[in-house]
Design a binder for this molecule. Sequence first.
Ligand code: ATP
Ligand code: MG
Length: 148
Amino acid sequence: MQTQKTLGIIKPDAVEKSHIGEILDRIEKNGLCIIAMKMKTLSQAEAAEFYDIHKERPFFNDLVSFMSSGPVVIMALEGVDAVHRYRQIMGATNPQNAAPGTIRADFAESIDHNAVHGSDSTETAARELKFFFNEDEICPRLVTQDRH
Ligand code: ATP
Ligand code: MG
């Protein structure tokens, strides 16, 4: 299994409900390293560009409004099989279908207020990491850990 980087977002609903700490705890306890992190409120234009792949979908406008409705926490994560591993920790898009113990099962209310985002492939992750972080904002740690 390969070491990968992925992009995660704690969405406005989970930030509003003060679940940042619990979500970060699950990420770290499941073997992923946080290698960059920032908090900001996205503009409508940023949210629309970020979710550009969904622009033809009926829920697009609601998704953009929601994602720009309040602060989010944006994270670069690193670990073995990080893209798939983080998607597993997140749980299914619709929290009603999310496996017990996943972030969405425990913190999400509905499919459109579903607590977290995660890149869905290594290609998407590369694009999304670049969208939010400059190279010099990312602090990879696995190389150092492997030396011990
Ligand atoms: P995300 O990209 O946010 O991590 P995801 O990859 O699990 O979620 P996508 O199919 O990429 O799911 O959809 C992006 C977001 O659009 C979802 O997180 C959800 O909030 C919203 N969404 C997806 N499908 C629907 C739907 N049928 N009705 C309402 N909102 C939806
Ligand atoms: Mg997605």
